[in-house]
Ligand binder design. Structure first.
Ligand code: PBG
Length: 321
């Protein structure tokens, strides 16, 4: 049936009709808000969701989030001091561990996810330990595993390794099992690209590499088949949730992973994606809310089940408005 019998505009005529046939909806239950815990609070005026919270200030913030209906947060830590190995990452009295111990008993329903990576904790800013100028893969695995165990012990509901070392999901899975923490899910940053869109995060988390770049461990943005191989390996090693990151430049990757695998899929709407819209909105070039909602809807439509986004707090207000 073609025009004029078929007129697709009929179902676009009113808001009620458009709503009736809408294929993708945003549900706060699918969203995760990243939070930065640091020795002292440092608000960020232009990019509010990239501000840092002291453990003390984090509690009232999370209180507000919980009241707004936010269901999950992803914790990143900025330690007091950094060293070559990133020992602050697995310190039982580390910044994320302390935050988890504060939050866990207060918010039993809130999902607490802990980022597992060394770059915020190493003096050189790389995601693994160094062997000369090389990032040593296998030596890093044990440190990541220790980090995940100490986070789970402190109360994390799930751990999210973002380092991109080979074999880290298996190492973390084995260490959690050994520590009797085998029921802790691993949300693996399976297809994490070496992206220019992490800039504002690295400033917020003080995690920019002191030399070189991350191309030796994060994925080449030109590749999609490789992303599928990463996902297959992570699942085989015991990952529970897969992730594609960043989201918007990689909607095709999200779709490819969704079509190939049945595991839950997360997509990380990263700091640069947030910053681009914030900056354009500050200049009056586009409307933040509409642009953000369009972006988040596109990420879900591409096939993501879970979206990690700096807009999660605003989204809670937008969805009730
Ligand atoms: C740490 C990590 C990064 C992000 C999440 N975890 C930065 C990086 O890999 O350099 C980026 C998130 C964002 O930009 O919002 N490995």
């Amino acid at each position: 049936m073609t025009f004029p019998a078929t007129r697709l505009r009929r179902l676009r005529r009113t808001g009620a009709l458009r709503s009736l046939v809408r294929e993708t909806r945003l549900d706060l239950a699918d969203f995760v808000l990243p939070l930065f815990v640091a020795p002292a609070s440092v608000p960020n005026e232009s990019l509010p969701a990239l501000g840092r919270f002291s453990v003390e200030d984090l509690v009232p913030e999370v209180d507000e989030l919980a009241h707004r209906g936010v269901s999950a947060v992803l914790l990143f830590g900025i330690p007091e001091t950094k060293d070559e190995e990133g020992s602050g990452a697995w310190d039982d009295d580390g910044i994320v561990q302390r935050a988890l111990r504060e939050l866990r008993p207060r918010y039993p329903e809130l999902l607490l996810v802990a980022d597992v990576c060394l770059c915020e904790y190493t003096s050189h800013g790389h995601c693994g330990v160094l062997d000369g100028d090389e990032i040593a893969n296998d030596e890093t695995l044990e440190l990541l595993a220790r980090t995940a165990v100490s986070q789970a012990e402190a109360g994390a509901d799930a751990v999210a390794p973002s380092d991109m070392m080979d074999g880290r999901v298996g190492a973390i899975r084995a260490a959690l099992d050994d520590a009797d923490l085998g029921s802790t899910p691993i949300m693996a940053y399976s297809a994490k690209y070496a992206s220019a869109f992490y800039g504002p995060f690295r400033e917020a988390a003080d995690s920019a590499p002191a030399f070189g770049d991350r191309h030796g461990y994060q994925m080449d943005p030109a590749n999609v088949r490789e992303a599928l191989r990463e996902c297959a390996l992570d699942l085989a090693e015991g990952a529970d949730v897969l992730m594609v990151k960043p989201a918007l430049p990689n909607l095709d990757v999200i779709r490819a992973v969704r079509d190939r695998f049945d595991a839950p899929l997360a997509a990380y709407n990263v700091s640069g994606e947030y910053a681009m819209i914030k900056a354009a909105a500050a200049r009056g070039w586009l409307d933040e809310r509409t642009a953000a909602l369009e972006s988040l809807t596109a990420i879900k439509r591409a096939g993501a089940d879970v979206v990690i986004s700096y807009w999660t707090k605003e989204l809670a207000a937008w969805l009730v408005a």
